[in-house]
Design a protein around this ligand. Sequence first.
Ligand SMILES: C[S@@+](CC[C@H](N)C(=O)[O-])C[C@H]1O[C@@H](n2cnc3c(N)ncnc32)[C@H](O)[C@@H]1O
Length: 431
Amino acid sequence: MTLHRLIRYFGRKPRVSEWIKLYSKPKDVILDPFGGAGTIVLEAVKLGRRAIYFDLNPYIVLMIKGLIKSLTLSNEMKISLIKLGKFLIEARKRIPVIKIDNERHSWIPSNQLYKINSKVVKYVLWQNYKPLKARTIDGNYIDVPESWQNFPYEPYHSYPKVKIWYGKKPFYTRRNVDYIHEFFTKRNLVALSTLIYDIKHHFRGSRLVRKLFEIAFLMSLYKSSKMARLSGGSWPVPKYWIPERHVEFNVYSVFLNNLRRIKHFLDKCEFLRVKIATINSVLQRRAHLSISQGDACQLPLPDQCIDYVITDPPMLDEVQYLELSYFYLAWLKINPPFDKEIVVNPMRGVDERTYFSMLGKALGEIHRVLKDGKIFTLIVHDEPTIVDNIISQAENIGFRLIRSETVRRFRALNSRLGDEYEAYLTFKKVS
Ligand SMILES: C[S@@+](CC[C@H](N)C(=O)[O-])C[C@H]1O[C@@H](n2cnc3c(N)ncnc32)[C@H](O)[C@@H]1O
C-alpha cells in the first residue's frame, strides 16, 4: 500500500528515482513546488536526500502531512485504531435529526440507520432515483422497502450546503448537480454529519489520532456519495457527476474500512517514517523533510538555497485539483485559494495565455531559489505546444536545456486512458 494508492489523488505519479540519482547526491536539498501526493519528495528522502515540498491545495497537504506524521504512532496505538473507530461509532446511541415534515428536532437510534428487516445493510443499489436491491453485511441480497427511499429526516449537525459554482458560473467539472450536499442521500448525510461532529467533539485520543480519524472521514466521502459505483472506490471520472446507477454505501462500514486501510499503510510503510520539520531545519541539514501549503509563484525560500528541483506541474485543464478537492474541503469549511491555482479554467477566466504566464512565474521562482550551475527537471505532457512553450520560457529566464527524454506515462487512477507520454525536460541554471 503506497501513499498515493491510499489517498488516490488525481495527479500523475512520475517515476523519478533515475533523475534524482543522476542530478543530486545524498544530503542535497531537493525541491518539489507542485508536490501533490508527495511521490517525488518521498522518493528523494528514500534515496537519502533532503526534500522541501509545497502544494497550493490544502486538502492534499493535510492528507499527506497527517499520514506521514502518523507513521510515528506507537505499535500499541496502531493496533487500537480500529477498536477506537468502532468505539466511536458504537458510543453514539442516538442520532439527532430534523424531521422534514415539521422541521422539529428528533432522535433516531443509530443502530437502525442502516437496517432493513433487522439486517444491517452494506450498500443499496440505486437506479434513476429508485433503490433496486440491498446487500447485507452478511452477503445476502434483499429487497428494499419503500420507506428506504422516503427517509424523512435532515441532519441536525452541520454539513456543507455550498454550491459548486463561482458566483454566476458553474465549476468547470460540474455535470448534473449544484450543491455538495446533493451528492449524498439524506441517510448518508445524517451519518456523515454526526460522524464528523463526533470526531471533532467526542473523540478521546491524541491530536494525531484525531487527525487520522479526520483523514479516514475525508477518505470516506467519495464512496459515501452518489458518485460511488460498485467497482472500485476511487474517483474514476474527475468530474462532479452522479451516474444513473449508483451505490449508497453504509457510511460506518466505509469509514471502518478506511481505518483498516490506514492501519495497513502504517504497517507496510514504516520505511517512509521521517520527521516532518520546518523549512529552515531542512535547509540547515538538521532534518529531512518539510511539507507546506504554498504557492509555487511565491516560495518562502531564500535565493540560491536548493541543490536540485524536480517537479510535475498541473497541465492545462487536465485536472481541476482545487475544484475536485472542494468536495472534501467544504466539510472542513476551508475555502480553496482558487485565484492562485495554475490551471486552465474557462469558468474562472483562466485561458492558456494566463496559465503559461503563471507557470512562467513559477519557473522564475525555481530559478531564483536554485543554486547557480545546478539542475532542474520539469515533467510535462509530451505535446509540442507545451514542450516548445516551456523550453522557450525557461531559456528566457536563464536555464539551458541539457536533456529531453520521453517517458511512457504512469497513471495512478485510470489506466484505461491508453498510452500517453511525458517529457522530462532537464535544464541547467546558467545565468
Ligand atoms: C500534477 S500534480 C502533482 C502530482 C504529484 N507529482 C504527485 O505525485 O501527486 C500538480 C499539483 O500542482 C498543484 N498546484 C496548482 N497550482 C499551484 C500553485 N500555484 N502552487 C503550488 N501548487 C500548485 C496542484 O494542487 C497539484 O497538486
